[in-house]
Design a protein around this ligand. Structure first.
Ligand code: SF4
Length: 405
């Protein structure tokens, strides 16, 4: 257990030989004590209404209406909910909110990538990134504030784990992106936000229940209505939770592989010391729902003279074949951050690696780095809160305001 974990409250055991991880706390109430309904299921909304004194039959009807307004129409205030009696709006607004996480900072890269620094009601900062492409738009969603896993190429891994995000904070990221893109109500056609990857800050399988519950709302046809085929959950290899992820969440799987030998993977992705490569690949072979139409993505960050030789590429092919994996490999040029212990492989090396994998009949595209100018690229998320205090951020906001005024 790492030093950060020793101080973490509310430890929950996860099946298998894995360290306990912090359980999500109940959704923190806003400063004025109102409860957010974002992230709640229909039954939970009904429970909240009844708990606040609403008569059960009415609570059932209102919960159905509220669900639709919150997740399908994207309502940000009770006053806009036209099929709920006007007289009831103040009653709801006094007790509940439909707030999203607060936006502390929003940045747009010169390649169109957007990054948001968000703040929870109890003052923790986390990030999400939107990556527009010609034929799709992908939202990279965070599951934790910080991370316990310390992958060595990853900037987030240098942060301590602060806490797990709640279902509301996870769904809230998707809703905020929809707000910003003007994509309400939920509709199947013509959206910019077409795909979601659970690949932001944190290890989603260490926050299993919250991620599952949030994605259930995202996939609900009368909720955010995104198909499970368009959602990918990325794990660094929490083997004991992978089967449950396939059965209970059912989205596409991506695995941060990044190395094919024990020594190198132990160094780059330290969870490998607990769940080795062979165990991980067997769990991939057993992942429910993986087939040639729904391949498992292996993420592979290209690190100069570390994991990028032709032999590494050949070993990768051997392993994929050995486990008969329906696989594709994403090659990610490393984005160095200040103090990073690695350099990016040369373009020639990356090409040679990609060719070997490709010639074996496995798709191995080289991912174009996106949002580098705003530190939004893969493995770079680390909140400015680590670098700037709240007071500094407030001062910067005041200065910005003064400059505009
Ligand atoms: S790559 Fe993912 S699991 Fe590894 S340290 Fe970074 S955020 Fe955590």
């Amino acid at each position: 257990m790492c030093a950060d974990m020793q101080t973490a409250p509310n430890l929950m055991p996860i099946p298998g030989h894995v360290d306990p991880v912090p359980v999500p706390r109940p959704e923190p109430a806003s400063a004025d004590g109102r409860r957010s309904l974002v992230g709640l299921t229909r039954d939970q909304i009904r429970g909240e209404l009844e708990g606040a004194g609403m008569e059960p039959k009415q609570a059932k009807l209102r919960a159905k209406q509220l669900w639709h307004w919150i997740y399908n129409r994207g309502a940000t205030a009770f006053g806009t909910m036209t099929d709920i009696a006007k007289a009831q709006h103040p009653w709801l607004a006094e007790r509940f909110t439909v707030d999203r996480p607060e936006v502390v900072e929003a940045q747009v890269s010169n390649d169109g990538t957007r990054k948001w620094l968000l703040r929870s009601t109890d003052g923790h900062d986390f990030e999400m990134v939107f990556i527009p492409d010609a034929d799709r738009g992908t939202l990279c969603v965070s599951s934790q504030v910080g991370c316990t896993l310390n992958c060595r190429f990853c900037h987030t891994g240098t942060m301590r784990l602060v806490r797990n995000l709640t279902p509301g904070e996870i769904v809230g990221q998707v809703m905020l992106a929809r707000d910003s893109l003007g994509e309400w109500p939920s509709q199947p056609e013509g959206r910019m936000l077409t795909n979601i990857v659970m690949m932001g800050m944190g290890e989603p399988l260490y926050n299993f229940d919250a991620v599952r519950d949030a994605l259930a709302i995202v996939m609900d046809g009368d909720g955010l209505a995104l198909s499970k085929r368009r959602i990918t959950l990325s794990t660094s290899g929490v083997v004991p939770m992978m089967e449950r992820a396939g059965k209970e969440i059912g989205v596409n799987l991506a695995v941060s592989l990044h190395a094919v030998t024990k020594d190198v993977r132990d160094e780059i992705v330290p969870i490998n010391k607990k769940y080795g490569i062979e165990e991980l690949l067997q769990a991939c072979a057993d992942y429910p729902g993986a087939n040639n139409a729904r391949r498992i993505t292996f993420e592979y960050v290209m690190l100069k003279d570390k994991n990028d030789s032709d032999d590494d590429a050949r070993e990768l092919v051997r392993l994929i074949r050995k486990y008969k994996l329906p696989a594709k490999v994403n090659l990610i040029p490393f984005n160095p951050w200040p103090g990073a212990p690695y350099e990016c492989s040369t373009p020639d090396r990356i090409r040679s690696f990609s060719n070997i994998v490709f010639e074996a009949g496995i798709s191995a595209p080289v991912r174009t780095p996106r949002g580098r100018d705003i530190d939004a690229a893969c493995g770079q998320l680390k909140t400015s809160a680590e670098k700037r205090s709240r007071a500094e951020l407030d001062r910067l906001a005041e200065e910005k305001q003064a400059a505009l005024g």
